[in-house]
Design a protein around this ligand. Structure first.
Ligand code: E4P
Length: 216
């Protein structure tokens, strides 16, 4: 399973990349706004820090506008994946991008039928938002299982990118469901390595090591 980080914070991205576990980055307009910096400047910096797919989102909602933004974003760097909202105009633009060889990440997916349409449109990635579904009392991870099954049934190559991840259990369930990618906040990435028994065990090993006589 590929691990992307879901942030536009360059310090977090650089630290995550230093672990050697990072395959790519996803951003969205809200994450870019948090940086208080110009969009393209942030995206260029991320592309220089991570050699992998970098999702940059359009803000147009009409076919022509999305096409224009997709061309501009793709011109920034070869690793850019154009993130497009799951609306009809967005699906039309996704089809156009596929024909142009521009990679896409279709975002704001909340149903299996939306995911089916994105795959038919030729999306490179589909981003179902599990945390936001959980927030409104729906089972986000059930959506992942349904999408994986539907894509397997028909051999769609669109990769299932689990988004809106809130905690390590989402990552575990994504892996069990056979998702291709999970995009995680920096905090969750670090939580994945943590276990109290690891800390306790390490403390005991290091304490016991103090009783080992030094070499003669
Ligand atoms: C997906 O690519 C989005 O950037 C992100 O995962 C949304 O997460 P949120 O629901 O925590 O805002």
């Amino acid at each position: 399973m590929k691990f992307f980080i879901d942030t536009a914070d360059i310090q977090e991205i650089r630290q995550a990349a230093s672990y050697g576990l990072l395959d790519g980055v996803t951003t969205n307009p809200s994450l870019i706004a948090q940086t208080k910096r110009p969009f393209k400047e942030v995206i260029r910096e991320i592309c220089a820090a991570v050699d992998g797919p970098i999702s940059a989102e359009v803000v147009s909602t009409d076919f022509e506008g999305i096409k224009r933004e997709a061309r501009e974003l793709r011109a920034l760097h070869q690793n850019i994946v154009v993130k497009i909202p799951l609306i009809m105009e967005g699906l039309k633009a996704t089809r156009w991008c596929a024909e142009q060889g521009i990679k896409t990440n279709v975002t704001l997916c909340f149903s299996p039928l939306q995911a089916l349409l994105a795959a038919k449109a030729g999306a490179t990635y589909i981003s179902p938002f599990v945390g936001r579904l959980d927030d409104v009392g729906h089972d986000g991870m059930e959506l992942i299982s349904q999408i994986v099954q539907i894509y397997d049934n028909y051999g769609y190559e669109t990769e299932v990118l689990v988004a809106s991840v809130r905690h390590p259990l989402h990552v575990l369930e994504a892996a069990r469901a056979g998702a291709d990618v999970v995009t995680v906040p920096f905090k969750v990435l670090n939580q994945l390595a943590q276990h109290p028994l690891t800390d306790l065990g390490l403390a005991k090993f290091l304490a016991d090591w103090q009783r080992v006589p030094s070499e003669a």
